[in-house]
Design a protein around this ligand. Sequence first.
Ligand code: PXP
Length: 239
Amino acid sequence: MTRLSVNINKIATLRNARGGNMPDVLKVASDIEEFGSEGITVHPRPDERHIRYQDVLDLKKIVKNEFNIEGYPSTKFIQLVCEVKPHQVTLVPDPPNAITSNAGWDTITNRVFLSEVIKRFKDAGIRTSVFIDADSIMIENAVETGADRVELYTESYAEEYSVDKEKAIAPFIKAATTANAVGLGLNAGHDLNLENLRYFVENIPGLLEVSIGHALICDALYYGLENVVRMYLRETKCL
Ligand code: PXP
């Protein structure tokens, strides 16, 4: 069954807007778990404009379910992740100043780099996932990097969903089938929301985890955080 990991970067963005500790990122993470989330995701960026490196260290002490750290594997990021030892690290190729992740890895061009980085994480006992477009060639080559999982970048699915959902999902079904065939675990994320999530989960074979941030936190403005976590869980479990 697919698991929900809530990305809490937006909570840190809100806190950072005023310079104090409101909202309290640690309390929100605990509450989100209390409301049923099966994981917490953070994406520390070099400028620390949302989640700070210290937040990651502090979160490690209180997150009870799966802790997933995503980011570009810079030297500082690798050191942080190896110190924190989360359950999972998700590698994304975005440059330091990117607003958000905007592409998957080219696993052919970056095979050597990814293999070296992934080995360091695996030696530290951390499960590894690489962020990837719905492209079977990139998925087949991800096997060579030693990654345990791939996270499908779902922005194009979300974009196309309202126009033609069958067309939107087709490349993702193909990509998922490839990942299953080559023995890679399968995660997905980016721009998933209450409208498009269920159809994605229903149609993607072997989907282990979705990681959702922006839409979930926006929905919380209307429905409240507790309701929203439960609403996203219902979609994730297709209840
Ligand atoms: N997966 C990755 C690799 C991301 O960078 C992000 C955004 O930080 C997400 C998933 C979640 O995307 P969204 O905030 O659109 O739900």
